[in-house]
Design a protein around this ligand. Structure first.
Ligand SMILES: [Zn+2]
Length: 454
């Protein structure tokens, strides 16, 4: 492809990035030389490549000694022996800091920006450059999104729903702001929600009729269809929390754009695998949230890995190792999730092989969870290169931003991670991070307000 001159890339940046790039500080040009590129499309790694970044775009990718003619003030990064992947993307989080537990044990909305920014920095430190917050206090998350887009805070790109839209008393209706019970009365609520400019609207469709949980009210499917149509008519995509095949199927035929969870209530049918291969409705993987219980019950050693030490405070680690671990140990929910996680893993493998579009998501709120999710997907039998695609290109498809994000290709926004070891050989090597570039800017790890130490 052509070499985008500085002017052309600058023009492209202005032209395309409205709403994403914002007006962050101008990046100096840089070139990563002689690196092995894993571009996020699932294609095999390419060795000896030079990648030039101009402003906030990937301007030029070329192979071999055919070096790019760049002027002297360009920063050159030696990529020899290293691996360049697209910035990782977590398409299901709930950023910490948007709520607090009262003395009576109730969860209520709060705004703890320090906590939120600490978590956002743990994502950057873990190589994650885009996030989708799938339900939070709207004042909290939309405030941080605005801060990121205007360049006031250092953070991954933030995409968010704000409130969750669902039926009163249904799963996720903790912030009443998104409760709807009938049509057309719901329109007023939806319009109020739209004023906050959600990137993707999250709905829920679950009766909790499984495990040891009670039956709760559920969003009527006919109402859901109206809601999805209404948002889509305003150009806004939707995603839905569904835990089972039957609910996922209902949501797909109600017109939903994405599914926020895998099927975890039981093994998927062959028919469902075929349906997902045909429809290609992106499905978020979220294995980590359920697997987390049994993992901690079994051993707390992972909390001493450097990436966790950096992402959690000393007191959080201490609490996880004692109080939380004690609570999880022998707990019915822990037992249930330990049984059902391999079922969900096998479902995801079958869906992947059947041509479904899987998307990485953790349902957690720290960066290292993304690496756990990738490991669980590899353990499920999905090849590492495909898992990288699930964490990058497919995540961009989930957002509807695949023209700009998710791969290392000329013209894309420059969100990349340089690794010291090959993640296509061992996905754990994705934790071996040399540097992270977001929007063309090298993230200065020394300036991150990480909750722990590094
Ligand atoms: Zn969630």
């Amino acid at each position: 492809m052509m070499y985008w001159g500085k002017w052309a890339a600058g023009f492209a940046a202005t032209f395309f990035s409205a709403g994403i790039g914002g007006c962050e500080p101008q990046a100096a040009d840089l070139v990563i030389e002689n690196v092995t590129v894993i571009d996020g499309t699932g294609r095999p790694p390419k060795e000896g490549v030079s990648v030039t970044i101009t402003d906030n775009r990937i301007a030029d990718i070329r192979r071999g000694g055919d070096t790019v003619s760049v002027d002297d003030n360009v920063r050159r990064i030696d990529g020899a022996g290293k691996f360049l992947i697209p910035g990782l993307m977590d398409m299901h989080i709930h950023l910490k800091g948007g709520s607090e537990i009262t003395k009576d044990g109730l969860r209520k909305p709060a705004i703890n920006r320090k906590q939120g920014i600490g978590a956002l920095h743990s994502y950057l430190y873990s190589g994650v450059t885009s996030l989708y917050d799938s339900g939070n206090n709207p004042d909290f998350i939309m405030g941080l999104r605005e801060g990121e887009r205007s360049g006031k805070i250092t953070a991954p790109r933030i995409f968010a729903t704000g409130a969750i839209v669902t039926y009163p008393g249904s799963h996720g209706s903790s912030y009443e702001e998104g409760d709807v019970s009938s049509w057309p009365e719901a329109i007023e609520t939806l319009d109020r929600h739209l004023k906050r400019k959600p990137d993707i609207v999250k709905l829920t469709l679950e009766e909790r009729g499984w495990g040891a949980r009670p039956m709760i009210p559920i969003l009527p499917v006919a109402l859901m269809e109206k809601i999805i149509e209404y948002y889509n008519d305003q150009g806004v995509r939707t995603t839905v929390h569904t835990p089972s095949e039957v609910r996922a199927r209902q949501a797909i035929y109600a017109g939903v754009d994405n599914l926020s969870h895998p099927v975890i209530t039981g093994p998927v049918s062959e028919k469902f695998v075929k349906l997902m291969g045909a429809k290609k409705t992106p499905m978020v993987t979220t294995l980590t949230i359920g697997e987390n219980y049994g993992r901690l019950e079994q051993s707390d050693a992972f909390l001493d890995e450097p990436i966790y030490r950096a992402s959690l405070s000393e007191s959080e680690i201490e609490m996880l190792k004692t109080e939380v671990r004690e609570r999880y140990t022998g707990d019915l929910w822990t037992k249930w999730m330990t049984i059902m996680t391999p079922v969900a893993q096998e479902n995801l493998r079958l869906l992947h092989e059947g041509g479904a579009v899987l998307v990485l998501g953790t349902d957690q709120t720290i960066g290292p969870a993304v690496h756990r999710e990738m490991q669980l997907l590899v353990d499920a039998g999905i090849p590492p290169l495909d898992v990288i695609r699930i964490a990058t290109q497919n995540a961009a498809v989930f957002l509807g931003r695949e023209d700009e994000l998710g791969t290392i290709e000329e013209g894309k926004l420059a969100d990349v991670v340089l690794l010291n070891a090959d993640p296509s050989e061992d996905i754990a090597n994705a934790k071996s991070i040399d540097l992270v570039i977001k929007n063309g800017v090298v993230v200065d790890f020394d300036k991150l307000a990480l909750p722990g130490r590094r």
